[in-house]
Design a protein around this ligand. Structure first.
Ligand SMILES: Cc1ncc(COP(=O)(O)O)c(C=O)c1O
Length: 440
């Protein structure tokens, strides 16, 4: 009987849930589902992002199941990972999507989502983006200011449609998150409508001829583990709903509480979504509204791994450096958010080392891990950087004219490249060798 070990260091993944990792070691050999990682790296090269379909399905089903105590919709947030392979898996599961740009709307429609499966959000929507969203017939446009509501009304009028508007409220609650860049629901944030202004904007939305107020929305932050800010925010939204209903504004159908559920990168315990759903019931059920969640990280965060090869091992200033073929261009999170990602040798040599795992980019901020106690590794070895399914590839860049790596979906014992590795020609495709000079 081979020894099967959870690749996520044998830890349980979510609260009391049954979620398993898509990455396991069988007799010491690292696999993604039924595919050996060494084999996969030989086939597709590095850097490579490897996603487990089973884990994406599992996470979605887990959250969807937990929320089934209420009328609800789960709209996966594309900004976490907009790959068509991931979208295909989630569409088959029955998910809706949440997009924050015209580009993400384009991707969602291209992946086969109907307009009515799409929520369009974002703090700075252009008129063109609003036009595209209304033309696509989206379920909701989550508006973030009075000016945006007025623009929605004008464009809807021009198109001869009624804009289904959700108001993104800043509930101004205390948010506990690992980094200040991923808090969005506190007073003074650029996101949402300041709490004290919401009623006035709601009345306006109800009055304008081409807008219909159908939702109240919040998104308070990301990588959240405490449930109280969600519950506090939900209560604030319900309070607004009651005031509006008392004034005779009775068109609201959706209560959208955003995304933000945390996942384990190190030893964290993800929120227990069953308990979360039970806590929401008493607050949301009496309203008769449909609850919406917009999870990104929770669905895909742990479902992806970045495979990178050690190019050089060097010693400098008393430190050991592993210089890898992936760095901040492939995974910005360590540099941008001080984020921790576990790193293992795909085929461990047996020893341990203290290392700075750094990329090839000409920046001191280009690293995957600093001062890390990890598997001993040498030039040529493959490293697995875990939990890169969310905010990995989507934040990758071509800085230093580095082509972005390949994205691979694994499903059982099969794998497929879902995004090809960029070539140098791809990086200069839009540059004009003979620009047309015009009179200024
Ligand atoms: C409006 C909105 N909804 C949902 C999300 C998804 O957040 P997460 O990936 O933390 O679930 C984000 C991400 O920041 C967002 O801005």
């Amino acid at each position: 009987m081979p020894e099967v070990r959870d690749g996520v260091h044998g830890r349980g993944v979510v609260g009391e849930g049954l979620l398993t990792s898509g990455f396991t070691r069988i007799d010491g050999v690292l696999n993604c589902e039924g595919v050996g990682i060494e084999v996969l790296a030989r086939e597709v090269g590095t850097p490579a992002y490897v996603y487990s379909s089973a884990m994406v399905r599992d996470r979605y089903a887990h959250l969807d199941g937990a929320l089934s105590v209420l009328p609800h919709r789960v709209h996966y947030t594309l900004k976490a990972n907009s790959n068509a392979g991931i979208l295909r898996v989630l569409r088959e599961q029955g998910a809706g999507v949440d997009v924050v740009s015209g580009g993400e709307l384009f991707r969602a429609l291209r992946a086969g989502f109907a307009g009515s499966d799409i929520i369009f959000g974002g703090v700075g929507k252009s008129a063109d983006e609003i036009r595209s969203a209304l033309t696509a017939g989206v379920l909701l446009v989550n508006a973030e200011s009075e000016a945006e509501v007025r623009l929605l009304d004008r464009i809807a009028g021009e198109l001869g449609v009624t804009a289904p508007v959700g108001l993104r409220v800043n509930p101004e609650v205390t948010v506990h998150s690992s980094h200040r860049y991923i808090k969005t629901g506190e007073k003074g944030a650029k996101f949402g409508i300041p709490f004290d202004d919401v009623l006035a904007v709601a009345r306006l939305t109800a009055e304008l001829p081409h807008t219909r107020l159908v939702g109240l929305d919040m998104h308070i932050g990301s990588q959240l583990f405490r449930l109280d800010p969600y519950l506090d925010g939900t209560e604030r939204l319900v309070g607004l709903l009651e005031q509006l209903r008392a004034e005779g504004i009775d068109t609201i159908r959706y209560l959208d509480i955003g995304g933000g559920l945390g996942v384990a990168y190190e030893a964290e315990q993800s929120p227990d979504v069953e308990r979360f759903a039970r806590a929401l019931v008493s607050r949301v059920a009496p309203t008769g509204l449909t609850l919406i969640m917009e999870p990104g990280r929770f669905i895909v965060g742990n479902a992806g791994m970045l495979l990178t090869r050690v190019l050089y091992r060097k010693h400098s200033g008393g430190r050991d450096f592993l210089v890898t073929d992936a760095g901040m261009t492939e995974l910005l999170r360590p540099s941008h958010y001080d984020a921790y990602h576990r790193i293992e040798a795909v085929t461990p040599r047996g020893g341990q080392m203290m290392a700075d795992v750094v990329g090839p980019v000409c920046e001191s901020g280009d690293f995957l891990a600093l001062d890390r106690a990890m598997d001993d590794a040498q030039a040529g070895d493959l490293l697995a950087v875990y939990d890169v399914g969310a905010y990995g590839y989507v934040m990758a860049s071509n800085y230093n004219t580095r082509p972005r790596g390949v994205e691979v979906m694994v499903d059982g014992d099969q794998f497929a490249i879902v995004t090809a590795r960029e070539r140098y020609e791809d990086l200069v495709r839009l540059e004009l060798d003979e620009p047309e000079w015009r009179q200024g």
